[in-house]
Design a protein around this ligand. Sequence first.
Ligand code: UGA
Length: 443
Amino acid sequence: MKIAVVGTGYVGLVTGTCFAETGNTVTCVDIDSTKVNKLTNGEITIYEPGLEKLFLRNLKEDRLHFTTDLAAGIKDASIIFLALPTPPGEDGSADLKYILGVASQLGTLLKTDDYKVIIDKSTVPVGTAEKVNAAILESAKKAGVNLTGAFDVVSNPEFLREGVAVDDFMKPDRVVIGTSSEKAKKLMGDLYAPFVRQGNPVIFMDERSAELTKYAANSFLATKISFMNEVARLCELLGADVDMVRRGVGSDDRIGKRFLFPGIGYGGSCFPKDVQALVKSSNEVKYDFKILNAVMEVNETQKLHLFPKIKNYFKGDLKGKHFALWGLAFKPNTDDIREAPALYMIDALTAEGATVTAFDPEAMNNVKKTIGDKITYAENQYAALQGADALIIATEWNEFRTPDFLKIVSTLKNKTIFDGRNLFEVSAIRELGFHYESIGRAP
Ligand code: UGA
């Protein structure tokens, strides 16, 4: 099939590359000419394990193309994905200006005798497919063309996770397709057939239900995390161990083992934005989504849950104290620092007069661009420890999980670790003589 993907951000690039990988010819369109040039020349623009290999192979085999020209990009395509940003507006609702802008342009480009399916891949509020449909028809009408029947708008939300995006895309748990058109349904079913050979479901539904499915899924996962973060707080107060409680609870199939890890809050570009947007959508129809308000509140405070512990340990005075910080990305295997708990930690520490030296395997450049020399940056995880009064762990990169403790002991000033991701066994680390504080477990 011939496919166009409009928007070469995270979702767009993964989508384009993975569809090329199953033999389709894909043209990715983006207004950013620097990005398009880089991609055309084989330079990948995002960090995502496993993507570069696929990207280069499909580029070489001429199945993957990049252009800034929307008209040329969509000309031969029967399927057009919109993978455009939906940043939160001032009131928390998703801003649709990019999506509707492209929809209006499509209205002037589509032809009455060349049926195409337009797909919303971005996370968009309920009712967006209808708005995209209307924007296309409206701009065509202005140009004197009636495009009714010449296209369908489908909602096909993406459920991939950063860091494992290729695997999530190639082997999805499910594919959700929202459309009321039989023609679009057939095309979409064929397109996704190679991805669900193991039998995972392609779930067809109406457009509105598909749009809500995406928000409900992310909000539910965020709720699971905030719930466990509250259980962890309670464990600290009641003298229980959240690791044990997590295992006991998660072994029930109805609850499941995943997304029950407490920590210093969820971050990233999706959960915070999507939970907020669903609350906003609910408010618009005069529904008070009480649980999600609590989820957001818990997450806000959770990001700084370690901070009072650190302050207490240093008897309320952090002035002149120096901290090593392991992890800046909002989670491992990404260089994404959007809503990263580490950044909140840095703000809190430096506001009290402390200094920070950080190390992250991938995210340091992004942090340098954002906060510059507010902190210093180390070449590796051990160099960050030099002269530090304590080590703080904010992201669970694998390489932090079994570190050389002798090196830590010989480099840190104090044998003190504050762990926001519960990486170590409490008893084992205590035996090594560390003062160790984590989340939901006895110090
Ligand atoms: C999330 C969803 O998991 C994807 O299904 C969805 O497609 C994506 O948002 C999106 O809407 O685009 P992502 O933001 O990449 O994916 O990251 P996750 O792996 O879900 O982690 C989100 C946050 O939750 C991270 O800050 C992570 O540290 C935190 N988390 C996760 C916990 O605190 N505890 C857990 O047990 C799991």
